[in-house]
Design a protein around this ligand. Structure first.
Ligand SMILES: Nc1ncnc2c1ncn2[C@@H]1O[C@H](COP(=O)(O)OP(=O)(O)O)[C@@H](O)[C@H]1O
Ligand SMILES: [Mg+2]
Length: 218
């Protein structure tokens, strides 16, 4: 028997999330094909971030199902979603201020050269060269990979978050309002990265409250 390719990279059926008495998400049914780029546009408070968090295991949905590559998934946490190939840029940046660029890029994926029980020696050199490669895939230019994020602008930080997702994302990249807090120049840098992903045929789900951003994918 030949194996059929999963028709959809992501599918949700009647996904619901209640916070106490608040119905933040009600019967969200959605599907996207492999290689497709889709924008979900909605007003503030519409439930967009809730939708993302319930797909990627940040929270448990109240009811409904999520399928990834044709299989039902119930991610326990966002790391599990990442390991399966879903990279997410959350609305509240998941970067660590007191770590440097390379350390943020490898957050939760640190390369270890030797592992002596509790002591592990991180392969810093390798991580740095990989970081350079990841950033170059997305045309993000950051001169000093040893600088801590606390010293960087919102735009640079967002570019790092997006480059991280774009660099590691193998199947699906979800971005929740990636440019909401950015200026015009920073926004266009981020949009270039998104266009690059589209060219690479990576499935991208972008969440926005800005209709213009839907046009990125036409
Ligand atoms: N952790 C939470 N606890 C209670 N209510 C929440 C929580 N997160 C979101 N909400 C509510 O759920 C609704 C949808 O929020 P959200 O998903 O953040 O919308 P959007 O991302 O579209 O702006 C809002 O009414 C919001 O106040
Ligand atoms: Mg939101």
């Amino acid at each position: 028997m030949t194996e059929m390719a999963a028709p959809y990279v992501l599918e949700t059926n009647n996904l619901c999330k209640n916070y106490g008495g608040i119905e933040a998400l009600k019967d969200a049914s959605f599907s996207m094909k492999k290689g497709e780029t889709i924008a979900i546009v909605g007003d503030n408070g519409a439930g967009k971030s809730t939708f993302v968090r319930n797909i990627t295991g940040v929270e448990k949905s109240t009811s409904g199902t999520v399928k990834f590559l044709g299989k039902e998934v119930n991610f326990e946490n966002p790391f599990e979603a990442r390991r399966s190939g879903i990279e997410t840029v959350y609305q509240n940046l998941a970067l660590i201020d007191f770590l440097n660029v390379t350390e943020n890029m490898f957050l939760g994926r640190e390369l270890t050269r030797f592992n002596f029980g509790l002591f592990s020696w991180l392969n810093k050199k390798k991580m740095k060269s990989e970081t350079k490669k990841l950033l170059s895939k997305t045309n993000v230019r950051i001169n000093n990979l040893d600088q801590k994020l606390v010293n960087m602008s919102g735009g640079q930080r967002q570019c790092i978050a997006i480059a991280r997702a774009a660099g590691w994302g193998e199947q699906l990249i979800i971005m929740d309002e990636p440019t909401a807090a950015l200026g015009v120049k920073e926004t266009s840098a981020v949009e270039e990265i998104i266009k690059g992903l589209k060219k690479r045929q990576i499935s991208v789900l972008i969440i926005s409250h800005n209709l213009r951003q839907g046009e990125l994918f036409q």
